[in-house]
Design a protein. Sequence first.
Length: 468
Amino acid sequence: MNVIPISIPDRREIVLEQTEQTENNPKFRDPERASAAALAYFLSPVHTLPVELLVDIFNLAVDEWTHIHDALRISQVCSHWRRIAHGTPRLWTGHIRVCLESRSDSRIQTYVDGLKAWLARSAPFSVPVSFMLGRGDVDHHLLGEVLSAAPRWRSLDLRMPKDPPLSLVRQLAQCRLDTLEELNLGMNRFENDITQHDEPAAISFTNLPRLRKLSICIFSDDASILMPWSQLTDLTLLSDSPDIALGILAQSSNLTRASVRTMGWSADPGAGRTIVTLDHLRTLSLPFWGWEGPFSRLFDYLSVPTLEEFRLNALNVLTPDAWSEARFTAFQLRASSITRLNLSYVSLTAEGLRAAIDHAPLLAQLQLNCCHPCLDDVLLGALTYKGTTGTLAPRLHHLVLEYMGRNSFTEDILAEMIASRWWADDAEPVSSTIARWTHVELVGDFGQHFMDTMQDLRRKGLDAECRL
């Protein structure tokens, strides 16, 4: 039998002819339309793309925030795309947000089936997971499905408006979490429940071989949740006990970043406490709170020789005289590598700020927020380049001042200081001994003359921002 070859243009004419013949016949129209669409797709250029290239296109079409809808849409275009999408596990490895709350309607089974299918398609790759729970109870059938994939979780985030059930926390601790790198237990006070049940006092999360990043809240007299502290590199901790906080830091010797929110001591902890040394720490944030006592006592027990960024926030501190210049200076002598200093709501004097800058010889970025009256004309004069050596903070190139008040300094002197450390690209450098501004940001109620001066500097190329 001889086969007469048909060219691509001839095939397209056949498709058009079949479509026209069936358009007015309802009995055959719908199935013929489907057949014509399938044939048209078969003849389209996209059908000839290599599978590898099509997979790359799929991955580019999936957005981080809409990845679930995007992946499902791609898989529903046609059977060919569906087979490729279902056979591409990385397409299904986006962040999964699982609502654990039990519901009485029939949609829960559809939700479970969809979750099960999604997890199956992502295998064998790891996936980031978030648990959400409102005021209702946990649906254990749904929980069982998501726990079955626990060995493949890359991260776990508990996002719950109320404290998570203790039973859920224990179940999580008993799971195989072989690939878990990040664990966020949130700011939940499930810790308080541990001593109120006839169960073991501690919950152990120590079998997490790849865990590096942890967020946890501990409100108790002792740390009743056991973690592999020594392997962590990133820690966010909220605790009402500075003793607990220091104890955890002492065990976390490999940290490179830490944010520790705690309170001060109501009484001096005594001379017997040893200093905690963190040799790898690069970033430290201390958002203090409470009314127990001066938070600056914590500085006595920290040594961070490689620290580059230090952030201190005392917004929620309710005790007077919380700041101690002597303690902070002693701390800085054990943290001589600081290049970025951020102070918020710290009631220090201009002399105290001068001391802090003096003891940060590598300081390049300074941010002050509501720290009045720490800025005065004498300090601004020390920061002003006047053609001589000895200018304060010679490496400083990034400055942010927010709501510093207008009563403790003169705006013209502030403007003079800023102008003295700036020169245009095509101008001769003012000095090789001081850095040129890369960014200046001022937030507050400044006078018109000052605003005009800053506008003139902006026209000359300074990256400066002034706003209320």
